[in-house]
Design a protein around this ligand. Structure first.
Ligand code: GLN
Length: 216
């Protein structure tokens, strides 16, 4: 397996949710990890992960701690960012199923997200995703195991958004569950909860590409 994360400093937004599991995998791939709670820390990292958890809570805490604008600036500047599950909701330009009073979003990812698409039917499930179009994922298998926990799905995408994985719904509709838009990666599921490190490797590849800090 490729391993070239050693020069990279990856921040994980550590306000609420599943940030510790991301950290373990990134360290395994050789990256150094910073738990981000203050805006100043954004100046010292090369890529940022917004973890799963509860997007309303993460958004409210980020607002209270003055992080919304600095995080929006990060996305707008085209710096590498990966949102998993709640993180994907926060990065969406548009969401369905949000609370009536709304919730703070960062935006930047030109998609419509249904926040609790699977939550209505089942709280969590694990399935295999077919991902042949993801370069970092095709070295050992074109499938990856994906854990969905009260997961969102993407119901519409803009033209600059590339779909990386989808599921078929009971009614036959395709549900998009992983996308990339330039330096933004978003997954509806939780790669940090499986042994498969390839999504993290893909994100490190994106950070390498964007920062030119390591040879690919
Ligand atoms: N549906 C949740 C939300 O809106 C996300 C769930 C998760 O991150 N596991 O935030």
């Amino acid at each position: 397996m490729k391993k070239h994360g050693s020069m990279l400093r990856i921040g994980i937004l550590a306000l609420q949710g599943a940030f510790i599991d991301h950290s373990k995998i990134l360290k395994q791939l050789g990256a150094s990890v910073v738990e981000v709670r203050k805006s100043e820390q954004l100046d010292h990292i090369d890529g940022l992960i917004i973890p799963g958890g509860e997007s309303t809570s993460i958004g409210l805490i980020a607002k209270r701690w003055g992080l919304i604008e600095p995080l929006r600036d990060w996305v707008q500047a085209g710096k590498p960012i990966w949102g998993t599950c709640a993180g994907m909701v926060l990065l969406a330009e548009r969401i369905e199923g949000q609370k009536a009073e709304g919730q703070p979003l960062l935006g930047g990812l030109d998609v419509t997200v249904n926040r609790n698409y699977f939550g209505r039917q089942a709280d969590s499930f694990e399935t295999l995703l077919h991902t042949p179009q993801v370069p970092a994922l095709d070295d050992s298998s074109e499938f990856c195991s994906a854990i969905f926990i009260r997961a969102p799905v993407i119901t519409a995408t803009g033209t600059a958004v590339e779909s990386l994985a989808s599921l078929s719904a009971a009614d036959g509709d395709m549900l998009i569950v992983a996308v990339r838009q330039k330096s933004i990666l978003a997954t509806a599921f939780h790669p940090e909860l499986t042994d498969d490190t390839r999504w993290h490797q893909l994100f490190l590849d994106m950070v390498c590409e964007s920062t030119k800090l390591c040879p690919i």
